[in-house]
Design a protein around this ligand. Structure first.
Ligand SMILES: C[S@@+](CC[C@H](N)C(=O)[O-])C[C@H]1O[C@@H](n2cnc3c(N)ncnc32)[C@H](O)[C@@H]1O
Length: 534
């Protein structure tokens, strides 16, 4: 489709300022729903969300506009610039240590951003940022020859642009106003135009909470989990201990939390909950053969159930049928398109690089069953993760942003469906996966071999001194006697590492400061020892 670039109209800032942001957003979205092939509408919405401080959504909308125009008009990609100037420099200087594959993604993301700036001929500081980020990316991947070649080529182009810009400045002595917007920290998977909290609810009252309790406990009833109950609280902080959940009325949206409690005394070793996962991802390692649907180890099985077309393996007919009925048909005919995702994850064998595969599976479920992504069974009951530190937020944001167009492309999702798989929906789903995934360890080396995501099993809070654990057979079991009414907790990180390392991991991966009884006790020991040494 070709469009006359002169017709592209960037809405005046004053126009937008007169409308509440959610109204502008809704207005634009309504128009896009009617005319999904119109690049101007996508660009205008990019502009709106950028003003609202959501550059990731803006970059996605701007990219849709570019794709529809094909010629990459500077006006259309203008939304990208603001994205790029948001604190990028600061973040890349923060010398974050990445695992190799994660580093590769971050570098690829930096390259993409730099490219967008250079190719769309932005000037001044924006070009400088592009060159700095490119240099940074190159220094982080010194042995990747392909990357070095393409980055060098882009760098030359960027330097030429910068030189032209300086020449232009000399001759015109124009004052160039430099824009910079601050990149917002990642929020709770909800955007400001949503009046809902992180869980997508508006419950603010005691009655609202009890309704949520009822809804969640109905899920437990269906699972036959009669020993536990789910209880919501509005709290400043969940500390993982039974009496530490503080209910308060002065709360913010992300403080609506669910926890699991014992309905009666539970013996050591007793099972408290057993459920099938919402979705599994299996990295298909040669020496760790697992069922594609339930992740059970399969290499000892005499009879395996293979898909005749793509040769993936199931442990039973039940698993094969369930997969066929919910997502496999969509994935099977495109299995070549997803090989690249598997390769990336297999190279790194860490959670952040494996979660896109989980996203892929949920996209397939949504497409095959015609169910909106956030309404897939079990998904509505998951709380989106939000990061605590800017550096991590930047890294994760890059990974999330990096994969989005690739997933759309692999599933051949076109303009008519872009809104159904809108960036913010995808991002919310990514956060749900990141905050609630259970890592599967390969028997051989203990590294990631897959991920599982559960509904009710995700409602257990963390404690460094837990009273339950998740076993390999998709069940939660008590690891010591538990009294009636006690909160049931599991651990989200290794328990045998020092307090500082646990605190670090939990803060980085889950965005909370752990103040469980063990952490508090060990803190006292450290403080006491510290003062004794002085
Ligand atoms: C897997 S979910 C657990 C259920 C969660 N409370 C909910 O409402 O869905 C993990 C999230 O719960 C919260 N959480 C779990 N354990 C916590 C703890 N010990 N201290 C503070 N927050 C905790 C954090 O927000 C974390 O990202």
């Amino acid at each position: 489709m070709s469009t006359n670039p002169r017709k592209i109209r960037v809405p005046a800032q004053e126009d937008l300022a007169n409308l509440p942001p959610n109204q502008s957003f809704q207005h634009m979205t309504g128009l896009i729903r009617k005319h999904p092939h119109n690049p101007i509408l996508w660009h205008n919405r990019a502009y709106v969300v950028l003003q609202m401080g959501y550059p990731d959504q803006a970059i996605s909308d701007a990219k849709h506009a570019c794709d529809l125009i094909k010629s990459g008009q500077p006006q259309v990609v203008s939304a990208l610039t603001s994205y790029l100037s948001c604190n990028l420099e600061k973040n890349i200087r923060e010398n974050i240590e990445f695992e190799h594959a994660e580093r590769k993604f971050a570098c690829e993301a930096l390259y993409t951003y730099a490219r967008a700036l250079i190719v769309s001929r932005f000037q001044g500081d924006d070009l400088k940022i592009a060159l700095i980020s490119l240099k940074d990316a190159m220094s982080r991947l010194p042995h990747d020859a392909d990357f070095q070649i393409k980055a060098k080529r882009l760098e030359e182009q960027g330097k030429k642009e910068y030189h032209n810009f300086l020449e232009y400045l000399k001759s015109n002595k124009d004052h160039i106003a430099l824009r910079a917007i601050k990149r917002p920290g990642m929020r709770d998977g909800r955007y400001p135009w949503d009046t809902m909290d992180a869980r997508g609810r508006t419950a603010r009252t005691k009655e609202g909470l009890r309704e949520l309790d009822k809804e969640y406990n109905e899920v437990l009833d269906k699972l036959g989990a009669s020993k536990v109950e789910a209880r919501f609280a509005i709290c400043y902080r969940i500390t993982g201990g039974p009496n530490n959940v503080q209910e308060t009325t002065g709360f913010t949206a992300d403080d609506l939390q669910v926890g699991m409690y014992a309905k009666r005394p539970i013996r050591n070793g007793e099972s408290v909950l057993c459920e099938r996962a919402i979705a599994n991802v299996n990295l298909r390692l040669n020496n760790d053969v697992r069922c594609e649907h339930c992740n059970v180890v399969c290499d000892h099985l005499v009879r395996r159930h293979e898909c005749p077309r793509c040769q993936i393996i199931y442990c039973s007919t039940r698993c094969r049928k369930e997969a066929d009925a919910t997502y496999h048909k969509v994935l099977c005919k495109r299995h070549h398109q997803f090989e690249w995702f598997f390769e990336q994850a297999r190279k790194a064998r860490t959670t952040p690089v494996t979660f896109p595969l989980q996203v892929v599976k949920l996209f397939a479920m949504s497409l095959q069953t015609s169910t909106p992504l956030l309404e897939l069974p079990g998904i509505t009951h998951l709380r989106p993760w939000s990061p605590a530190r800017d550096g991590v937020s930047y890294l994760i944001a890059s990974t999330v942003t990096y994969y989005y167009p690739r997933i759309l492309e692999a599933f051949e999702i076109g303009p008519e469906q872009w809104l159904d798989y809108d960036y913010w929906i995808y991002e919310t789903l990514c956060r749900m996966i990141m905050g609630n995934s259970f890592r599967i360890q390969a028997r051989e080396d203990g590294k990631t071999s897959g991920l599982k995501i559960f509904e009710a099993t995700s409602w257990f809070n963390h404690s460094c001194d837990p009273n339950c654990q998740v076993s390999g057979v998709d069940q939660v079991e008590a690891i010591r006697p538990i009294s009636s009414g006690e909160e049931l907790t599991i651990t989200y990180c290794e328990s045998d590492i020092p307090r500082a390392d646990r605190q670090d991991k939990l803060e980085l991966s889950f965005g909370f400061e752990c103040t469980c009884s063990r952490c508090e006790a060990e803190d006292v020991v450290t403080v006491t020892l510290g003062s004794m040494m002085i």
